[in-house]
Design a protein around this ligand. Structure first.
Ligand code: ZN
Ligand code: ZN
Length: 142
């Protein structure tokens, strides 16, 4: 288990800053069709829990992609900022906005059954199918 880290990130244009306290530096990838449509590829992100503060709120738009979650982005530059579970206010934050932290390690992949055949990660990770994710987590993460 890795030590917890405090992270600070920003969007491409710098209008929005996001910081997270006590996050596990464990990078996960989601291969589901919605995430891939949203990001253009697998969604690689860190579960930052609820201890997240965001500056530049007026420039953030949040799209309700399901009854239980929203996907936030910067209105000015389009950078993806978070996947937020409404009920718990838990933030899953794209790892790219934090820059490169040596503490990051790639640990898990979800919706592995929705991964298209044209790419495959070499990393050894814990992998879960969509059904396994739904069975383990409530509300559903997608
Ligand atoms: Zn921006
Ligand atoms: Zn997904």
């Amino acid at each position: 288990m890795s030590d917890l880290v405090d992270l600070t990130g920003r969007c491409l244009c710098g209008s929005v800053e996001l910081s997270a306290k006590g996050a596990k530096p464990n990078v996960g990838a989601c291969h589901c069709g919605m995430c891939r449509r949203w990001t253009g590829g697998p969604f690689m992100a860190i579960d930052c829990g609820t201890e997240v503060s965001i500056g530049g709120q007026d420039l953030i738009a949040a799209y309700a992609s399901s009854p239980w979650a929203e996907r936030g982005f910067c209105k000015k530059c389009g950078t993806h900022l978070f996947y937020r579970i409404k009920q718990s206010q838990q933030y899953i934050v794209p790892v790219g906005i934090f820059g490169d932290d040596p503490a990051f390690s790639f640990g898990n992949q979800v919706f592995i059954d929705e991964k298209p055949p044209y790419y495959e990660f070499f990393n050894k990770t814990e992998n879960m199918t969509g059904a396994e994710v739904f069975a383990k987590f409530a509300p559903k993460p997608d």
